[in-house]
Design a protein around this ligand. Structure first.
Ligand code: PGA
Length: 276
């Protein structure tokens, strides 16, 4: 059984006040939601603050779970919020001005690291090969890669969607073997759907997710069966349940709607309800 994962990509948004308000809001809004892994990726600048706030929230959730379990009452407790990040460098130290290492991310409790987001591929010229190297380096450092893949509007119109996704995944499989995908997360994000409000239909997304899984299954059915594939691109509380009702959509990578505690929690809740 694949466990659903809903992750918030905060992108270049935040301030101390916003991070603290959003995490407190999420902690409250996720009350009683379980059966879904919920992760947030604030800008690295705020990882320290986020870690401190999350450790407070998570320890409160744990003690609540313990006391409820002890009293044998309704044992629902908050899902623990996992900390993530939006990028990583290919080195753990050295003369690499401006970069952030896996070791640093780990020190601040970040475990789920987004790589290959289309905004980095486009604005920072990150190639499939470069992203695959980041994937390998994260695994080597015991972190969970959240590998973003997806086609542009032109590629979509040209019917190249599955080929583009396969190529992006093959950059990992061909250098590290299909087993490298074990424990990793793939986020299928059609570029034309990101931040546009023009989300893929649930049926179309399911078709692509199934094709991605089938592509991986050509190398290993076992890996294909177990790998979590999220959908991303204009996921909102209004459309989330339709995605999660699809058999091959295991969660979501959420941008805009992750900046609002109620909206993000509603999406996490929809995943928990659909998948349990
Ligand atoms: P969006 O962004 O939800 O705002 O479309 C998704 C993403 O870029 O991960």
């Amino acid at each position: 059984m694949r466990h659903p994962v809903v992750m918030g990509n905060w992108k270049l948004n935040g301030s101390k006040e916003m991070v603290s308000g959003l995490i407190k809001g999420l902690d409250a809004a996720l009350n009683g939601v379980e059966g879904v892994d919920v992760a947030i990726a604030p800008p690295v600048m705020y990882l320290d603050l986020a870690e401190q706030l999350l450790s407070k929230a998570n320890s409160k959730a744990n003690s609540k779970a313990n006391s409820k379990a002890n009293s044998k009452a309704n044992s629902k407790a908050n899902s623990k919020i996992i900390l993530g990040s939006q990028n990583v460098d290919l080195h753990n130290n050295g003369a690499f001005t401006g970069d952030i290492s896996p070791a640093m991310l780990k020190e601040f409790g970040a475990s789920h690291i987004i790589i290959g987001h289309s905004e980095r591929r486009e604005y920072h010229n990150e190639s499939d090969e470069f992203v695959a190297k980041k994937f390998a380096f994260l695994k080597e450092n015991g972190l969970t890669p959240v590998l973003c893949i997806g086609e542009s509007e032109a590629q979509n119109e040209a019917g190249e969607t599955v080929a583009v996704c396969a190529r992006q995944i093959d950059a990992v499989i061909n250098t590290q073997g299909v087993e490298a995908l074990n424990g990793a997360i793939i986020a299928y994000e059609p570029i034309w759907a990101i931040g546009t409000g023009k989300a893929a239909t649930a049926d179309d997304a399911q078709r692509i997710h199934a094709a991605i899984r089938a592509h991986i299954a050509e190398k290993s059915e076992e890996v294909a069966k177990n790998v979590v594939i999220q959908y991303g691109g204009s996921v909102k509380p209004e459309n989330a349940a339709a995605y999660f009702a699809q058999p091959d959509i295991d969660g979501a990578l959420v941008g805009g709607a992750a900046l609002d505690a109620e909206s993000f929690a509603a999406i996490a809740k929809a995943a928990a309800e659909a998948k349990n």
